[in-house]
Write a protein that binds this ligand. Structure first.
Ligand SMILES: *Cc1c(COP(=O)(O)O)cnc(C)c1O
Length: 376
């Protein structure tokens, strides 16, 4: 850690503004276009579409709003159930709740830390029944309206298998790719496998717009509706205010998009540097018998937040104590969603690997070091 950051202290992940951020922001202010109608919003959407290969990208105020909209676009309604991970950031499940739906928690794989195709298949074959091409939960009678797998810390999960399995049950897949901008399965970017996907540009993500999110899809009609829904469902007109459904004020402001355009220019260099940091951690861990969470074969993660798997909860706690007391910011992985008050009654499959990882995974400092972008 000290050889990477040349310092005795290091945060987990800090944003870095060493490109055109200041210039683009000043341009916004000088032009008076600070809100959502500015040209930077479309430009930023274009950057995200071309980077990921998605046909459409629709910018939102944050990643949670993007998830909320993706679920609405997928037709998730009150009383439905949505299959997801207990091992995720709470935003995934909050968005499901905003729709009046309830999560069902299926286990993750130990290597990807994302939704396990085997666990999904097993849960569906035991609990799901198909009626008129729609899957229902036999135990609760609720419709299984969607599945939201999440690419944990930027490590791609086995998304192709998850999409195949869900396809067999008529369940729409929405990838929570909030953490995986710049992560690939083969040559294909995460967030292009499901019918819909979402990104986040929160301050702690690979790149940031201050706050921001994105809906990705290849479906023309869904993209059109996404834009309508996130802009109060206003029918375009020279002066009349007509709205054709209950919409949301979720569109990204131009100021945030301007920041995003500048950050996007630096993303390739940042990904290069993050891969180099991961390589240094890998070498260190190999020498010290530590388990580093590495790329699965056939994937190229963005190494957003590097992670270690320690031997036990006791070892994890000792590691967290020691590092934080010495100015090195480390954090445990999230408490499982199934153990939070608001989701404690949701159905689970036992979550064996999720619980195993919950006890053992810690994140270690992963920022791009100050000045490292110079000359790249
Ligand atoms: C960051 C994040 C989100 C969205 O967060 P916002 O702060 O609303 O942009 C959603 N899911 C996961 C897994 C995340 O890490």
């Amino acid at each position: 850690m000290r050889s990477i950051y040349h310092s005795d202290t290091a945060p987990l992940h800090r944003p870095i503004f060493e490109g055109n951020e200041r210039e683009y922001l000043v341009d916004c202010i000088d032009s008076n276009f600070v809100s959502s109608v500015g040209a930077r919003v479309k430009e930023f959407e274009g950057h995200c579409a071309s980077l990921t290969g998605a046909s459409h990208a629709v910018a939102t105020v944050n990643g949670t709003a993007a998830l909320h909209m993706a679920l609405v676009l997928a037709g998730v309604q009150s009383g439905d159930e949505v299959i997801s991970q207990a091992l995720t950031f709470v935003a995934t499940c909050n968005a499901i709740s905003y729709c009046g739906a309830r999560p069902v928690f299926v286990d993750v794989d130990r290597d990807s830390m994302g939704l396990s195709p085997e666990a999904l298949e097993a849960w569906l074959s035991e609990h799901a029944e198909l009626r008129d091409g729609q899957a229902y939960n036999r135990a609760t009678g609720a419709r299984l309206a969607a599945c939201v797998p999440m690419h944990t810390f930027g490590h791609p999960l086995r998304i192709e298998e998850v999409v195949d399995i869900c396809g067999g049950y008529g369940i729409m897949v929405i990838e929570d790719a909030a953490e995986s901008l710049g992560s690939y399965v083969g040559e294909r970017h995460t967030g292009t496998f499901g019918k819909l996907a979402t990104l986040s540009f929160n301050g702690n993500k690979v790149i940031t717009t201050g706050g921001g999110g994105m809906i990705l899809t290849n479906d023309d009609a869904l993209a059109k509706r996404a834009l309508n829904l996130t802009t109060t469902a206003k029918v375009p007109h020279a002066y009349e205010f007509v709205h054709d459904e209950v919409g949301y004020n979720y569109r990204l402001p131009n100021l945030n998009a301007a920041l995003g355009c500048a950050q996007m220019e630096k993303l390739p260099a940042m990904l290069e540097i993050k891969a180099e940091i991961a390589a240094q951690y890998r070498d260190f861990c190999d020498k010290h018998w530590l388990r580093f969470v590495d790329a699965r074969p056939g994937t190229r993660p963005n190494f957003w937040l590097n992670a270690l798997i320690l031997d036990s909860r006791e070892e994890r706690d000792a590691f967290l104590e020691h590092t934080n007391a010495n100015g090195v910011m480390t954090r445990p992985i999230w408490r499982l969603m199934s153990r939070l008050e608001m989701f404690k009654d949701c159905q689970t499959d036992g979550l064996e690997n999720s619980r195993w990882l919950e006890d053992r995974v810690v994140n270690i400092p992963s920022s791009v070091p100050e000045g490292a972008l110079k000359g790249r």
